[in-house]
Design a protein around this ligand. Structure first.
Ligand SMILES: [Zn+2]
Length: 699
């Protein structure tokens, strides 16, 4: 029976036989099994040891999670009414089960007792796993008195509703403003790419109008700002967009997000206070790698100071180009994208199509596998458990590999895990690229378990046409390296406890370290030589083309860095400094004030007074990035600094540094704090210098 294969610790899951109608009843059975395990381990007479509490509970819940994530994965890569039905029919039951675990105070008590048992205290990874679980209980309000607990869940519900309202108002305001161009004014479309013009004509037709309709949706807005020669068209669209969801929005103040932003902030500060934190930022950083709001602010300001000279020179450069080449002597906010695109084309002209001829997919994969072998002594070979006649895959495009590790100087090779690659776009696949954890590493001597990890890597590259292999853009190649970084983190772990093996239990702001780290290799001359072969001449990437992509890589990196810092500093400061404001209206006004202060401090390009950026900053008001926007730059610093160790070692030392990266970072997963792993690898705290150097910002 196919679901059983999926839940095995050893066999490859037979996705080819997985049927949605078989999954749903199995989910019910696994929920019942997990409920029983939960009841068992929380009984007063159950001794609080790792083997009697954690092992049976994890065994039961892990099976449920694994099947549930398989159902999700199939829905994402093989969308069908049957898979949707399998997900939707069990969504509530699964959510309720996990909510019940999170609120089970008997389990919390059992965990607290377990934290003192030698079966935990004598194993650092187990102690770490338990520490995370206890933290999650506390952050959910488990330690509060009953009255405060009720208050806490009320705040959490209100906060979720306010976030939802923020998103809805933003969407409504985005949809409320459009700009129509009469068919007699086609000259106003000059410069726009054909696809943008076609889309605007379609939008007009759908609205029952002749001519062209532009909207504030990204695919409509961005081409106008980037390419439209008509300055007044750019200005109109820029201003409509900048005023979205505010009191001065085109459609009027009915979608103004200012009050709900104030409300969200006040609710978060109240939650933080109940849990005993000084501010919402302190609460939100509790599960992250960064130590404190002050440490994050210091980090951002240091980076801002370093990026500033480059940003100023980027801007001066753009101004002079715009004045002399484009006749724009008074560069306005709605000219920035347009002039930047023109400058980029003038400086680093190369065609994406010429470049991609050098990157046929099979060659790229070969190069990537070679790079991984050199760095970590790990080979990817076609899976031995996958028979040619009936491969265990959900679609003919999918390839399965064994991950074979042969340590330096050793003759012993060991299969440490498996990876499924599903690289081509298709109608039934969700967009984007991601890595799914299909099975985590788990080694429990007590129950004779030695479970090997499985990663599922999904991309959306253009499928091959006819006999010729698919060719990739350089961006595609970077995406592939990035997702393999996540995959290696998951697959090369040596941690026994699944709660903290691989990517499990890794701090949220450190998860992107291995993925962004791997991206660096996709820019190396040697690595590129080994993974390029022109589709007709077989020649590797020539030097002049390489020089162009490297030069284009850091185009306007000073301006881009300062922009990211502006967002991150604003996010962190409102969540930390506005902690004593309890009135939503007052908080809404204070948010605007802090934004202005941050701009005065950081921005080299001051937006016009009508710009209401915060009112559409969904990442922090409606997404998971509250007091976390800094993590983009944070992870870049870590990954650039880690990669710098390879640069310092040179070719001869590369394998040794790779071995150390494997031992101290990839193998360790979430079994210890990310900062400890980083310091063990680098021998010191992270430095921002390598990132500055790699992005051309070093003095
Ligand atoms: Zn990633």
């Amino acid at each position: 029976m196919n679901v059983k294969d999926l839940l095995s610790a050893h066999d490859l899951p037979r996705y080819n036989e997985l049927k949605p109608e078989a999954c749903a009843p199995t989910i019910d059975a696994l929920i019942a099994q997990a409920q029983a395990a939960l009841a068992d381990v929380t009984r007063p007479e159950t001794p609080a040891t790792w083997d009697t509490v954690m092992v049976p509970l994890t065994s039961a819940t892990e099976q449920l999670s694994r099947l549930w994530s398989a159902v999700h994965h199939m829905g994402a890569v093989m969308d069908s009414p049957e898979w949707r039905e399998a997900t939707n029919s069990r969504l509530e039951a699964v959510t309720q089960f996990w909510l019940g675990v999170a609120q089970n105070l008997a389990l919390f008590e059992k965990f607290k007792a377990l934290a003192h048992d030698p079966s935990v205290t004598q194993h650092p990874a187990r102690a770490r796993a338990l520490e995370n679980s206890l933290r999650d209980f506390r952050m959910g309000g488990a330690e509060l008195a009953p009255e405060a607990q009720a208050e806490f869940s009320k705040l959490a519900t209100q906060s979720a509703q306010a976030g939802q309202k923020f998103s809805e108002q933003l969407l409504d305001s985005t949809n409320a403003s459009t700009h129509w161009i009469d068919p007699s004014e086609t000259s106003r479309l000059a410069g726009l790419p054909d696809h943008a013009v076609a889309a605007a004509a379609e939008a007009a037709e759908a609205a029952g109008k002749p001519g062209y309709l532009f909207t504030l949706k990204q695919p409509s807005l961005i081409p106008v700002l980037q390419f439209a020669e008509d300055r007044s068209l750019r200005e109109t669209m820029y201003k409509l967009n900048a005023r979205r969801a505010s009191e001065i929005a085109e459609e009027g103040p009915q979608h103004d997000n200012t009050p709900v932003m104030g409300e969200i902030l006040v609710l978060r500060q109240a939650q933080a206070k109940l849990l005993g934190f000084g501010s919402a930022a302190e609460m939100l950083l509790e599960s992250k790698m960064a130590d404190s709001p002050e440490a994050v602010v210091k980090f951002l300001r240091e980076l801002a100071a370093k990026a500033r000279p480059s940003a100023l020179s980027d801007l001066a450069d753009l101004r002079s180009f715009a004045a002399t080449e484009l006749g724009l002597s008074d560069l306005q906010p709605w000219d920035i994208s347009f002039a930047s695109e023109k400058l980029r084309q003038a400086r680093y002209d190369y065609s994406e199509n010429t470049l991609r001829e050098y990157f046929p997919l099979p060659r790229v994969l070969n190069g990537l596998f070679g790079c991984i072998r050199t760095l970590f002594g790990v080979s990817l070979v076609p899976a031995t458990q996958a028979p040619q006649s009936q491969p265990p895959i959900w679609h003919p495009d999918v390839q399965v590999f064994d991950v074979v590790r042969q340590p330096q100087g050793s003759r012993e090779a060991e299969v440490v895990g498996h990876v499924f690659l599903d690289l081509y776009a298709r109608a039934t696949k969700r967009g984007g690229a991601w890595m799914d954890d299909a099975r985590g590493r788990r080694h429990e001597a007590a129950v004779g378990l030695d479970q090997k990890p499985i990663a599922l890597l999904t991309c959306n590259f253009a499928p091959p046409t006819g006999e010729a292999p698919t060719t990739l853009t350089h961006d595609d190649v970077i995406t592939l390296f990035h997702e393999f970084g996540h995959g290696l983190h998951h697959l090369l772990t040596r941690v026994n406890e699944i709660e903290v093996s691989g990517i499990n239990g890794v701090e949220w702001d450190a998860v992107e370290l291995p993925s962004q780290f791997m991206e660096n290799f996709a820019w190396e001359w040697e690595t590129l030589q080994a993974m390029t072969a022109h589709t007709s001449t077989q020649a590797p990437l020539p030097q002049d083309l390489y020089d162009k992509i490297i030069a284009a890589k850091n185009f306007q990196s000073g301006l881009a860095t300062l922009r990211q810092i502006e967002f991150a500093l604003f996010d962190l400061r409102i969540h930390h400094e506005l902690r004593d404001i309890h009135d939503a209206a007052e908080a809404g006004a204070a948010i605007q004030r802090v934004l202005q202060e941050v701009r005065d401090e950081v921005a080299v390009l001051m937006p016009p007074a009508i710009n209401r950026f915060a009112q559409s900053f969904s990442h922090i008001f409606a997404g998971g990035y509250a007091a976390g926007y800094y993590s983009y730059k944070w992870a870049e610093v870590l990954s650039a600094d880690a990669y710098a160790a390879f640069e310092e070692a040179g070719d001869a030392g590369r394998a040794a540094v790779g071995e150390r990266f494997l031992a101290e970072i990839l193998s360790q997963g979430g079994s210890r704090p990310a900062m400890e792993s980083f310091k063990a690898f680098r021998g010191r705290e992270p430095s921002i210098e390598p990132l500055l150097r790699h992005t051309g910002l070093a003095a």
